[in-house]
Write a protein that binds this ligand. Sequence first.
Ligand code: NAP
Length: 248
Amino acid sequence: MPTLTDKTAVITGASRGIGKSIALHFAENGADIAIIYSSNENSANEVKTEAEKYGIKAKTYKCNVADFAEVKTVCDGIIQDFGKIDILVNNAGIIRDTLLLRMSEEDFDEVIDVNLKGAFNFIKQLSRPLMKSSCGRIINISSVSGLMGNPGQANYSAAKAGMLGMTKTIARELAGKKVTCNAIAPGFIETDMTASLPQAAKDFADRSIPLKRMGTPDEVANLAVFLASDMAAYITGEIIRIDGGLSM
Ligand code: NAP
């Protein structure tokens, strides 16, 4: 049964991987969706076409989430196009993995700017419209790397841990307006991001995950649908791990 009927959702990084799956599950559950992408216009348009089959309204927006001014312009456009926002999913993310001794300043800054500042930029621009919703939801896609640390990811784990602190602060600040803010911390999920990992990292994943497999984008999307729905109205400031037991 659709659980997000009449809601409007903004999903960053929705052209591929986890974000695409969240966008399509939201659409299947009746939400109108704003699909944010960085460069893959064709993939974003394919998500829009697929989502529209569920009879909802979908639009694509090209936007570098790390660019504060660009995010403002795009968010103004989304408000104009949809009239309201109920759900924001900060999912856009990148990795620039390398050991600390080889990590450049650019590797560090770029990952922080996209993964952490990108989430801040969207929350900053959309918090007022979310406060006007009777059921505002912010869902930040973090990572178990932000909880456990991971060799080669000083930049990424810092960004993802930063998201967790920001999630709890935003949850406290917006609770009075009935906006919840939660984080999902996935482990290894089958997407382009993990496809690019070295074989040694994939072998480590196979050995270390108690459920002995990687997760799927659909499994993360199901959790996002629940957090976005009215069923999760009393959950805020929470970090929910979805990692096959990897970080327990
Ligand atoms: P992915 O397949 O590599 O997709 C990344 C998405 O982010 C794409 O839609 C991409 O858009 C978008 N994006 C990248 N940089 C952007 C920017 N500067 N501005 C706007 N959009 C941008 O990644 P994924 O595996 O689905 O990961 C999604 C999220 O889950 C990320 O935050 C990631 O850190 C997190 N996560 C993933 C895993 C995993 O195992 N896969 C585990 C834990 C956490 P384009 O298509 O236009 O490039």
